[in-house]
Structure formats: structure tokens, C-alpha cells
Design a binder for this molecule. Sequence first.
Ligand code: CTP
Length: 210
Amino acid sequence: LVTAGPTYEPIDPVRFIGNHSSGKMGIALARELQQRGADVTLVLGPVRQEVNPEGLTLKKVTTAAEMYEAALAAFEEADLAIMAAAVADYSPLQKATEKIKKKEENLAIELGKTKDILKSLGGQKRTGQVLVGFALETNNEKENALDKLARKNADLIVLNSMNDPGAGFGHDTNKITIFDKSGQEFAFGTRHKNEVAKDIVDTIIRLYYA
Ligand code: CTP
């Protein structure tokens, strides 16, 4: 199971809260796993890139709530789950049924927390299921990544730093460090996301399936 891309949280029929995730990292991971012979379910948020559904189960979703439902359903039968999606942490509590008109000088939109998919899967993980999360941090990177690993009961966390040029959102390249629960750390140089996907899959296989 791989989640990828952003989520869009509707404000009214024509507006949403989203983010700049291109989905490239998660799509590259799904392809890499597919090429290694895995049966892959890709739960994909709204992205520009066309994904050829041949050879994988593609579930297209829009909101964090839809991604949660699709990921939970697919996790049941999954051996490995990689949560590469940039899921909205908050979503508007009310979706206006009609387009919001420009009347008031200020407009407040109340947001509520979305369900944390990675944390939910971590909570119901069975022995033998491997769970991998991503972290995008701007400060105290290692500390925050390790905290996320523990808090969400993941087996591995892939850190991409916003401080590295050529890494993260929208770029074709990424620079990652993988942390595991025992405190091991695997650092890689800036590489194309297809190569980064290979590094991640190689690391998972070496640690859990070799
Ligand atoms: N994630 C998820 N569901 C959410 C939010 C995040 O599955 N609703 C997953 C992402 O796919 C990614 C990891 O959790 O694998 C990233 O977590 P992040 O949002 O950075 O962590 P938070 O706990 O929200 O911490 P922060 O305060 O840094 O936002």
C-alpha cells in the first residue's frame, strides 16, 4: 500500500485548502515496488501527473477523509504500507453549499483536525506488517522525525529536509535520511525521485525481507 499526493479540503463548491505535493515520490515508490513484483495499491490524491493504472490497483481520492477510508481498507491485506501522501492536517468544519460571496472585510474559516492515517495504521498494525512514514521538517529535523516514528508506531520514517536545495515538494529530486526504531540512520545524497524510491525499497528489503 502506498499513499501519495496532496489532499484537497473543500471550503465551498469552487474552493479548497490544498498543498504543493506533486505525488512524484509516492508514485515512484509504487512503480518501484511493482517492478519488484509486489501487488501494489496506490491511494492517490489529486495530482497533475497521469498515472497508468496498468499493473496496480489505483484508488483516486480527493479529501483526507476519503484517503483515510481507502488506506484503511487496503491496509487489511497489506504486508507493507508507505505513507508518502501530504495529507491535510486540518479541514474546514463546514463546507458551504453555495459559493461564498465577497461580503465581509474579514472571513474566518474554522478548521478541524483530520484523522491521522499513519497513526491509525500504526495503532492496528499486526506482527509482520511493515509501516513507513514520511516527515518533512524545517527545524529540529532528526528530533522531530524520531518523535514522529515513535508517536505513530511506524517502523521506518523517511525524512526529507526543506533546508536541502533540490529536495521535497514539486522537485524531481529528493534528499532523504531513513531512521529506524533501533536508532539506525541511513543517509543518501540528492538523487532523482526514481533513484530515491530504489534506495527506500532496498533499505526496506534489507531490514525486513532479506
Ligand atoms: N499523515 C497521515 N495522515 C494525516 C497526516 C499525516 O497519514 N492526517 C502521514 C503522512 O503521510 C506522513 C506523515 O504522516 O507519512 C507525516 O506526518 P506529519 O503531518 O508531518 O506529522 P504530524 O503528526 O502532523 O506533525 P506536524 O506537527 O509536524 O505536522
